[in-house]
Design a protein around this ligand. Structure first.
Ligand code: SF4
Length: 432
């Protein structure tokens, strides 16, 4: 079923455009996928999926080739006896967790991750988490969230994980000075670059140092409270933002730090909120802006005028589409997103070219029909759609690669452009 609804009244850019809202069959990964980048970020956390062999295969095939040390995720398999109600899953889960924590004393934070099977048998993981936390704290904190594939998309796994962690954040003192929190998993290299830029803007000297959430260590959770202002680094953190606001924190409205424009506006939102003067801001960001603009120029030659079609997948679609259109001159045929969070994406929507076709949700057959008819130069989609579309002669880009690759900030702008230029150049060589 498809319906067209207006998204917002009075606004410039794409804010005035209608959105095609679709419901139907979808082609997306489930939230378990988030474990792959979350376990790399929080280096003393362990993710125990309570699921089936299918869940275990998904995680292993997504991460398998990248494991060099003992992995910090695993699956506790629910078998037929559990599904038939013949075994006590809670006893079994307690045994698995006890064995794991005895063997791996470096684990400080354990997530029990729910799945479709654990939800089908109504295994109460929040009770299990508080029971196990009571037993293993203060050495290990045990939390739970759902990575289930029912009615979700894969980046929601990170949102659910971080939202589950928010209640554990220590409360900041009421008289503490205002502090900035950057929210959303960023690759360490990107986090380090932003840390340096924020330091040059005065964070850590005349104002508190910037904190990042999630932190690299479970024992280094940032404080939160009414004096916390937070910047979202990822556009898929609706529940996490709501939980932080519930703790009194204030979200700074900004586009996302993709490309020169997005990165500058994102940094400026923090600078303005903390009283950094315009001259200092321009001086601190000038070198990064210039480097990124120069690096983008050669990709613009390859990408300008090319037509791109987004299937809904990662929830990064709108910020990336804005970057491709405005900084590389690409034409947006359709920008599909699984969910449209109007408030968090307001600045992005205003920057999209007027008339961009936005779609929310998915009816995959209808969308495939529109894509085939439009014959775009490049299609951004999930793995399940990429192979059939390539077989039909279309050039594709896997949406999941955009989440696994460091793409935020000035020094990654050209890398993001290259992710689109590379498959197009490869296709041109194949055709030649
Ligand atoms: S959580 Fe559900 S969708 Fe995800 S791998 Fe397990 S069974 Fe499949």
């Amino acid at each position: 079923m498809s319906t067209v609804i207006p998204i917002r009244e009075a606004a410039s850019g794409c804010g005035e455009a209608p959105v095609l809202r679709e419901r139907g069959q979808r082609e997306v990964f489930c939230g378990l996928t988030g474990i792959i980048w979350l376990h790399r970020k929080i280096q003393d956390a362990f993710f125990l999926v309570v699921g089936s062999r299918t869940c275990a295969h998904l995680i292993q095939s997504a991460a398998g080739v990248m494991i060099f040390a003992e992995p910090r995720f695993a699956t506790a398999i629910i078998d037929e006896r559990d599904l038939a109600g013949l075994a006590d899953c809670n006893d079994e889960l307690d045994r698995v967790v006890t064995r794991l924590l005895e063997r791996r004393p470096e684990i400080k934070l354990l997530f029990l991750v729910g799945s479709c099977p654990s939800e089908v048998i109504k295994l109460d993981l929040s009770r299990a988490a508080s029971r196990l936390s009571g037993r293993f704290s203060p050495d290990v904190r045990v939390l739970n969230y759902s990575g289930s594939g029912i009615e979700t998309t894969f980046t929601q796994g990170e949102d659910a994980c971080l939202a589950a962690l928010v209640p554990s954040l220590p409360a900041s003192h009421a008289s503490a000075p205002a502090a900035l929190l950057v929210v959303g998993t960023l690759a360490d290299v990107v986090e380090d670059q932003f840390t340096r830029l924020f330091a040059q803007l005065g964070f850590g000297t005349d104002k508190p140092a910037v904190r990042f959430f999630p932190p690299r260590s479970a024992n280094d959770l940032p404080e939160v409270g009414p004096n916390t202002k937070f910047l979202l680094a990822q556009p898929f953190l609706a529940d996490t933002a709501r939980a932080l606001e519930g703790r009194g924190a204030e979200r700074l409205a900004a586009p996302f730090p993709l490309g020169v424009e997005g990165t500058t506006a994102w940094l400026r939102a923090a600078a303005d909120a903390f009283g950094v003067d315009a001259a200092t801001f321009d001086k601190v960001t000038a070198a990064g802006r210039e480097r990124a603009t120069n690096a983008l120029a050669r990709h613009r030659l390859q990408l300008a005028g090319k037509r791109v079609f987004f299937f809904p997948d990662s929830q990064l679609e709108i910020p990336i589409a804005r970057f491709l259109a405005r900084e590389l001159g690409m034409h947006l045929v359709e920008v599909g997103t699984p969910y449209l969070h109007r408030q968090h994406l307001a600045e992005e929507l205003d920057m999209l070219p007027a008339g961009t076709l936005l779609s929310e949700g998915q009816h995959v057959e209808n969308q495939l029909d529109r894509c085939r008819e439009a014959r775009p130069d490049i299609v951004v989609c999930g793995l399940g759609l990429a192979n059939p579309l390539e077989a039909e002669g279309m050039t594709t880009k896997w949406a999941i690669e955009l989440v696994f690759t460091p793409i935020q900030g000035y020094d990654q702008a050209a890398d993001l452009a290259e992710l689109f230029a590379r498959p197009l150049v490869r296709r041109m060589k194949l055709v030649a």
